[in-house]
Design a protein around this ligand. Sequence first.
Ligand code: NDP
Ligand code: 2IT
Length: 448
Amino acid sequence: MTTVNEYLASVRADIVKRDPNQPEFLEAIDNFFKTLTPVLEAHPEYVKANIVDRLIEPERVIQFRVPWVDDDGKVQVNRGFRVQFSAAIGPYKGGLRFHPTVNLSIVKFLGFEQIFKNSLTGLPIGGGKGGSDFDPKGKSDNEVMRFTQSFMTELQKYIGPDLDVPAGDIGVGAREIGYLYGQYRRLNGYQAGVLTGKGLTFGGSLARTEATGFGLLYYTDALLKAQDMAIKGKKIKISGSGNVAIYAIQKATALGATVVTASDSNGFVYDPNGIDYRIVKQIKEVERGRIKEYADRVETATYYEGSVWDFDTDYDIALPCATQNEIDGPKAERLAKNGAAVVACGANMPCTPEAVAVFKKQRVILGPAKAANAGGVAVSALEMSQNSERLAWTFEEVDNRLKDIMENIFAESAAAAEEYDLGTDYLAAANIAGFTKVADAMMAQGII
Ligand code: NDP
Ligand code: 2IT
């Protein structure tokens, strides 16, 4: 009889053969497979129904040309993607990323993780992700609009409020969602629920902008409480200075912590007195500037080139909120040496497998991305609910629901950790809890 580990190894070998050039996707699969053995051993019916092999193959992959004209009148061509990974528990749901590094491997890794993240929210949303290798940096508003309209002209054929509901991710914020929605509406008429993260005047939800960052802190708070720790008084290192980072800084500060760093892909600022999220917001959201400018405005802040994770300072909690694989093995060793006891992931897959192994060895507790950053998509699902009932909830109502959802995600992970005797391995626990619900839905729906 084939053991569970032999089964997983043979599924993995098939992926490597089919998609030899998708390292990020393979990394996401490996992270997942490492944690699946106990649940598959407890549920031989999942293996018999070949659930895992079916899950790792997207239900649909769409790739398309995005031609547009820049401000100099030059014709540019970018590549667009939408990976509709799994609709087992609800319409495909997940963000769009506009960044020069976007390719099929990145979109598939994000789409795959999104399935289980969305399952953990407890809301009826399946997993998908999309984007383009378009770089919004340095582009005029008009260029972003023309690109975005071209992108949506093709994407609109494949999405809909009950089919697939995109939102933002890296490089896609309020401006891009506004243009995307405008073009969708022009082509199809009013359909508020086709995108989330919309502006408040056309169907957006209060607290969606804040949701991922706030949710990250609600999750971290729950995780700390379970270890008899508290956020109040803690020193926190945050990477990134975009949507997730800004509101993580705001909520961490409100909960009584001091956030000493913020970063971008060039460098980072360090301020032992605490980073002021309002200044970061002004620089990044309003002026579309660089984090370096923070140090020009705040006397106690210093700017350094390079990665914030290579900078030595004593701190308690790490919140990576920039991008995948930002913390590798050596950076993880440094993090542990600096005294950090907890890492909670605002970004998707910010820690390499080597980093995760270091955390395990050094007893640094990891709050995995699927759980810790699920607040954004959770409030996206609440935006879909509000669009369906044609109502708008108050900030307080959405924020309270977000808090409940994040606490529930931690509680479910903790329950899975207990059931499978995983200690504080909340990565394995979140994978198992997210997977079980999707697997049960797939079992009930037959071989499709
Ligand atoms: P933004 O585009 O608003 O900000 C991204 C931030 O990360 C910027 O500061 C950017 O710096 C930095 N960054 C991006 N790429 C790199 C890189 N290669 N190296 C170093 N820094 C980098 O994106 P978000 O804040 O929305 O997303 C951040 C992370 O959170 C991503 O991993 C995303 O998938 C994840 N996430 C986002 C959610 C959301 O609702 N927005 C929900 C859940 C997860 P620079 O300006 O120099 O590029
Ligand atoms: O990674 C993510 O969860 C997001 N970028 C948010 C997705 C969403 O649909 O709100």
